[in-house]
Design a protein around this ligand. Sequence first.
Ligand code: NDP
Length: 421
Amino acid sequence: MKSNKRALSHSTEREFGGALGATLIPVFLPLTVLYLLSVCRSPGASVLQWPPPLPPTAHLLDPVAPVIIAVWVALQGFLYLLPVGKVSEGLVLRDGTKLRYPINGFSALCWSGVLLGLCLWLGMPLGYLFDLIIPLAVCAIATSYLLALYLYIRSFWAPNHALALGGNTGNPLYDFFMGRELNPRIGRFDLKYFCELRPGLIGWVVLNLGMLMKEVELRDSPSLAMLLVNGFQLLYVSDALWNEEAVLTTMDIVHDGFGFMLAFGDLAWVPFTYSLQAMFLVVHPQTLSPLAATGIVLLNGIGYYIFRKSNSQKNQFRRNPTHPSVANLETIATATGKRLLVSGWWGFVRHPNYLGDILMALAWSLPCGVSHLLPYFYLIYFTVLLVHREDRDARQCRAKYGLAWDTYCRRVPYRIIPYVY
Ligand code: NDP
């Protein structure tokens, strides 16, 4: 077993800056979350302000925060286990088996919405989430550390075929970061799949709603800018959960192990940095003209259209290439037996879904005006993430498809933005 593990580790190259990156990222990214939240709530909201407006240590913790996080994760766990919706199979694993996953994320979102509506009706001050945001983030970060530690330790009992190819190098810090086990489960509860789309993603729109309620508390009604940010991001999260089955074929589920990178990303980074725009609007209200609002809605609509159409086209093609909606598209054969699309959305650029995502990210930032850089943090970070992700994916596709991938790249020369990149 040991020699097999070594063979695995030698066959994979290290990502995210190798051991150094894997040591620094778990320290700097959590600090970045706390820094961004502190700056966002400060009157200047300047990312370049020195010294940074850090909260006193006493304000980092609040006994209510762990209770809220525990209740929220337990609620999402309960909704995950409810026997509603269909059960889908994932891709074939290295041992030839397939895992089964409940597709009930959208129903979890709806039930969460109903329960939040009930909380509001009972007069619960949801705007308190704004005041509690830093202790909540501290708890979410601590939870992702503890979860990653648990995942790392338990992975030593996992059979060899259940380990991820990329997180099995023998370097503890790197493996802790990348994740050793591919699909850790407790019974039928899939920890990675649960964390991907449930507590953090639904938590993000709940935090947004909390910011909206804080605005109502402060200014009696929500602003147009706040409604747009909440609406756009709710659409994005609803879309992800409505198309939950598609996550089963993503890099995160198929390729990456479950370690600190995904645990922190899912539980802390997504909810607490993706809600920065809504939080910014609480402290820095913006007025939007009807024309500007129309332009922003249009931009989000175009981005969403490109994102949804291209993702659906590829998913349909991968699931059933003879389906009438994709059967007439031009393709090239690869040595693996799989074909690559070279017309339709995937003949436009190599990652049309990333292009749509970036346009939406711009539309989420614009309601915050152009006076501050901070609301554009998501756009900047996300563009960097997608450029890096595109590069990782291209390397994996080149390894998988060899010459056919090179032919595809010649036929479709631009990666994300036509004639630019
Ligand atoms: P993609 O959906 O882009 O899938 C990439 C895979 O598609 C490749 O590995 C390859 O896999 C297949 N593929 C590539 N080119 C072709 C082609 N020409 N024809 C057929 N198949 C092809 O992966 P991601 O998981 O990166 O993205 C999914 C969505 O999630 C995107 O919309 C992205 O923007 C979004 N996303 C959002 C994030 C967020 O934080 N908001 C974070 C990350 C992603 P194979 O051939 O093996 O099928």
